[in-house]
Unconditional design. Sequence first.
Lengths: 132, 152
Amino acid sequence: MSQISSYRNGDAPRGVAPRSQPHAKVSPAVDVFENAEEVRIVADVPGVAAGAIDIRVENGTLTIEAKRVEPADGVPRALAREYDEADFVRSFRIPAGIDTANVVGEAKNGTLVVKLPKAAEAKPRKIAVRSS
Amino acid sequence: MLTGWRDFDQTFRAFDLMQHELDRVFGPWALPSLFVERARRSARTSWPSINAFETKEAFVYTAEVPGLGEGDVSVLVEDESLVLRGERKSDAPPGYETHMRERAPYAFSRKLPLPGRVDAEGVTATMKDGILTVTLPKSKETLPRQIAVKAV
């Protein structure tokens, strides 16, 4: 019963943090990988549909912006809130040798994968050695 | 090898640190970085982050589980609690060099007390865009009932 009344009072149940700021800019957790072909950035953007993700390349900077919005007609009465609507934003300086025209992004299960292919001249090349 | 690539991780990191610093200086209240957010959360609460809602007919719990597919989580109702378990295995692409790793693989188990009796048979769970939604219909006995008043 005490459990129920604490919910009714609008307090968070045990182990639940008070709600964060709504519409806050949040820096998403990312991984950055690289192989001979590409640089790959993986970002966690839970609750964001592919259509709400914006990837921009300008002035040598890659910016990922993903907006998590709640339904326009509102959500039911909240008993506890640990996360909110959020604007996931993160920028990276693009290193030299990236073919910026062919950057692609894919979203799946709330994870965004951005692939930055290396320009042909930046890829390692094997030089054949000929015997004379 | 191209020297430009060698200090690649430093490039990324430096830019990132700068951004965190800017966040910290110019907008500590308006722009909480995940840095701060995460430190605060790890001190106070468990993972994953959860929202709980109540509708007329059900309790609805949602959890942030990015990178998990439907086979990676289990949902259990026991002892008037909702138990969420899941695991994200390492999704580092094989053969790649790692420059930055913030999205660690993780396993979690979180037990949440339910604020009322639920119809365990009718519980449903769905996954969409890295959010797990569990809908627990309220037990019929606890739903509001209209009582007809009869004249005697």
